[in-house]
Design a protein. Structure first.
Length: 185
């Protein structure tokens, strides 16, 4: 592990004194960034008008999850709560899978990049697009930071997850847009 990564981790980690409003916010962000939150997408599959969008978003998150799993298998980096003696997971129970890259960060940024890219192609006023994209980015960043605060990822884990997720989300949104565009004929 790089000393800079550990120093950055310790600057964000909640530590033994974690509690209160910040702790509650970090736990909530971690829950929002979990795979279970995909259940909130079910309404997208009810209406035909949103079914394609929902399917593309779901496939984006599944592809992101598979890539994260494969990289975790290859890298096998232990989590900070496992290798640093004075660090423990501050959420529920500590995860048992490898640390690199962060699946929560990858999923959060894949979602933000996919929906943000979709938003920029809509005919909304620029101020609404900016607000939407900014809010999605802030949510994804919050999810990523929550994983470090709670002691289950190093900053480089969430950075790698964020880059991977954002790349997949952006590429998938571009592909989905291209598939929906009318073909010249």
């Amino acid at each position: 592990m790089m000393p800079l990564d550990e120093r950055a981790f310790r600057a964000v980690y909640g530590g033994a004194g974690a509690g209160g409003l910040l702790y509650g916010l970090m736990v909530a962000l971690t829950v929002v960034g979990s795979g279970w939150s995909m259940l909130l997408f079910l309404p997208l599959f009810v209406r035909p008008a949103t079914r394609r969008f929902g399917t593309a978003l779901l496939l984006t998150l599944v592809v992101t999850s598979v890539l994260v799993f494969l990289v975790k298998l290859g890298v096998q980096r232990p989590r900070p709560c496992v290798i640093l003696p004075d660090v423990h997971a501050l959420c529920f129970t500590g995860p048992t899978d490898p640390s690199f890259p962060s699946g929560h960060a990858a999923g959060g940024f894949a979602f933000a990049a996919f929906v943000g890219t979709w938003l920029t192609r809509q005919s909304f006023p620029a101020s609404r697009k900016l607000l939407g994209v900014g809010s999605l980015g802030a949510l994804a960043l919050g999810i990523a930071l929550s994983r470090v605060y709670l002691g289950v990822h190093f900053p480089s884990d969430v950075t790698a997850g964020a880059v991977l997720g954002a790349a997949v989300g952006y590429a998938a949104a571009r592909l989905a847009h291209r598939a929906e565009s009318p073909k010249p004929g």
